[in-house]
Design a protein around this ligand. Sequence first.
Ligand code: IMP
Ligand code: MG
Length: 456
Amino acid sequence: MQTLVAVIGLQFGDEGKGKIVDKIVAEAQKNNKTVVVRFQGGTNAGHTIYAKDKDNNLVEFITHAAPTGLATNADIAIGPSVAFDPERFVEELTKARELFNYTGRIMISERTGMLLDYHRKLDAWKETKAKNIGTTKSGIGPFYKDNADRLTRITFYDYVSEHFPEKLKEVLEMKKSDLLGAKITEDIDAYHKELLTAHEKIRKELKQYIEILEYRMREYLDKGYNIIIEGAQGTNLDNDMGTIPDVTSSHLLAPHAFPTLGLPRKLFKIIGIEKIYPTRVGNGKLPTLEEDVFGPKVVKNAGEFGATTGRERRVGYPDWALVKRSVMLNDCDGIIMTRTDCLQNMDIKAGIGYVIKGEKTEELPLDLSLIEKPIFLDKTFSWILWKGHEDLSNPLEMDALLKEQRTNYVKNGFDSLPEGLKDYVKEHDKFVGCPIIGISLGPGRDETVDIKWNVG
Ligand code: IMP
Ligand code: MG
């Protein structure tokens, strides 16, 4: 069977998409060859996976610029809506070649925009202002602004062509007042030279990967390859449909991937990734965050710190109403629930709506400060997943301790899970209206219970 899947985050990013994509790719590759595609965002993403290196040691591998397929020897592609940071990409590729002997084919759309030094610096400079977003300082906002502005967009085609020096000069001149204002340089000519030198080798290395990607993706489809589309960030950070202004600058909803990659939505399953509890970094509210023991305990048990910035993430109670909206926007066929291993022996409340102007509603408003309080389901959930290990600590340390119990759950499937958790899933399915088709119980590839594909 050909696996055709798009994976999207249903909350605020950091749902564990990287791990799930890695798992789906590893499974799918048993049947067919595979291509993994990134379709938006840039190095603001941090996808953490635990994979076996070429010496068979379990290693942590974090990708920011590249899709996670690097650890599985799948082919990889970069779509036209990606904020492509060539310097970071080459670093990751080099590391993957050392760690995993990566030899897959690489394709970059000729349309993809280039994220360069001044984007990162402009982003960092903007973040010093009184009013900021709490961005990852990866240059995302300034990059998409340049893309939208058209003449300041440097495509991958420009980047690897002979005319790159002139194009770059033109763009730097157009952006001169910004660059001087943010004290990125005092001398445009010198800065131009500096950038050309920094990119000379990288341009030569990457040139071979240019493609009119939409046609290549069709060929993959026709040849029976598995195609895994990897989303970054999460639904509520979408530039139009997230919590404006505390959002990222890309259009990240899964359906956006299809036209940009030349692929038909109707052949694909869209799988939403939901971390059992929502987290958020940077500015912006979490509707179900309560000042009680739940959040701090989860931060400690689950090690909730950002893969990109190292910042501590804020943790709220499960927000099913928010997830239901994300499922609607992305047209999801199924949900995979992650970090389930990090909750146990706690009173878990489930958000099913909000009180706004004294009225109960399921609808998430743009302005989250209108929410007076969340509404929770009239029962709480509790379970013990790990017998004899009530006090959970760092997931990697836990790994060895819990191995046997985890293996049994994975082997025996959904029915073997604790009753409280099964009840949680049943009520969640009923409320959200989209089935949970997989439950992740750990960071490794073989630690996910049941992925049922016969949905949607
Ligand atoms: P930017 O994408 O770096 O411009 O950041 C804008 C907002 O999105 C900030 O609140 C970031 O913390 C958040 N953000 C961006 N990328 C991610 C991600 O991959 N995971 C979680 N939050 C993210
Ligand atoms: Mg992340």
